[in-house]
Write a protein that binds this ligand. Structure first.
Ligand code: ADP
Ligand code: MG
Length: 282
């Protein structure tokens, strides 16, 4: 298949949903891998103390490894933290160690506590040579709306919200959207919900179809047409320190993440759905 066209800027996408287990980490690592496999340069930032994204991408994240904690709390440059993913060229990772569990509390007393990640990413992207420019930065958020997720919302321009196709799928989304509106009003006017992805979709059930319809009637064309099926290969891959994109590239899960990545790149039109959008870089 043809490689994907490069966006004309770095698209920083926050993968968030304060519900746990909806597919944030799975989506971050597999979207990241799918984009990189199709010729784009991708930086994954693991912002969950669990470090599941780091694990799935085969990235060292034992305590003591330079990590996103050091960047956010100690202002250590990301150049000393980011590691290449051995399995997938053009994919880079800022790992999370368990230290990050304390960051939520430590951030409270630090200056500019909600914009520290933004600063770290901006400084890093600034020093990357032009011919190595990143096309995507994907930030994997923890399952809460605390200061770590807030840092991600301030750092990003777009949100990628995975929604699990199950009962109560929309529960909690109201709170997420309120948080996004608050961030837009006070901290980051550029933020927008650009992409919604239905995950763990079981096409055989009317429930999944019903949830799909409900999400689409709510969010319209922010919802990708591609859905991610529930597939055991997707859930097996992390235990081999892999994404499903390398673990079983022909499996339905891998093919749908491949397709979702293509759709996400191609449906990138200039942000026009926000009255206050500007063309300037951030
Ligand atoms: P989150 O990061 O939102 O907490 P995860 O990405 O860790 O969610 O997913 C939760 C669980 O569901 C994990 O065990 C993961 O392997 C599994 N999972 C995610 N997506 C799929 C899928 N498409 N098919 C089967 N299992 C999945
Ligand atoms: Mg996760």
């Amino acid at each position: 298949r043809a490689p994907l066209p490069r966006p004309n800027r770095t698209r920083t996408m926050v993968v968030a949903n304060q519900k746990g287990g909806v597919g944030k980490t799975t989506t971050t690592v597999n979207m990241g891998a799918a984009l990189a496999q199709q010729g784009l340069r991708v930086l994954v930032i693991d912002l969950d103390p669990q470090g599941n994204a780091s694990t799935a991408l085969g990235i060292e994240h034992r305590r003591g490894t330079p990590s996103i904690y050091d960047a956010v709390i100690e202002e250590r440059p990301l150049t000393e933290i980011v590691q290449p993913c051995a399995e997938i060229p053009d994919l880079y990772v800022a790992p999370a160690t368990i230290d990050l569990a304390g960051a939520e509390i430590e951030l409270v007393s630090l200056v500019a506590r909600e914009s520290r990640l933004r600063k770290a990413i901006a400084a890093y992207l600034d020093q990357v040579p032009a011919d190595e420019r990143f096309d995507f930065v994907l930030i994997d958020c923890p399952p809460s709306l605390g200061l770590l997720t807030l840092n991600a919302l301030v750092a990003g321009e777009e949100m990628l919200i995975p929604i699990q196709a199950e009962y109560y799928a929309l529960e909690g989304l109201g709170q997420l959207i309120e948080t996004v509106d608050m961030v837009k009003a006070h901290l980051n006017p550029h933020l927008r919900i650009s992409t919604i992805l239905l995950t763990m979709y079981d096409g055989r059930t009317r429930l999944a179809a019903g949830v799909g319809d409900e999400v689409r009637s709510h969010f319209g064309d922010q919802v990708l047409k591609t859905v991610i099926p529930r597939s055991v290969r997707v859930s097996e891959a992390p235990s081999y320190a892999q994404t499903v994109m390398t673990y079983d590239p022909g499996s339905p899960g891998a093919l749908s993440y491949w397709e979702a990545a293509r759709e996400m790149v191609h449906k990138d039109v200039a942000p026009s759905n926000t009255a206050d959008s500007e063309s300037g870089e951030t």
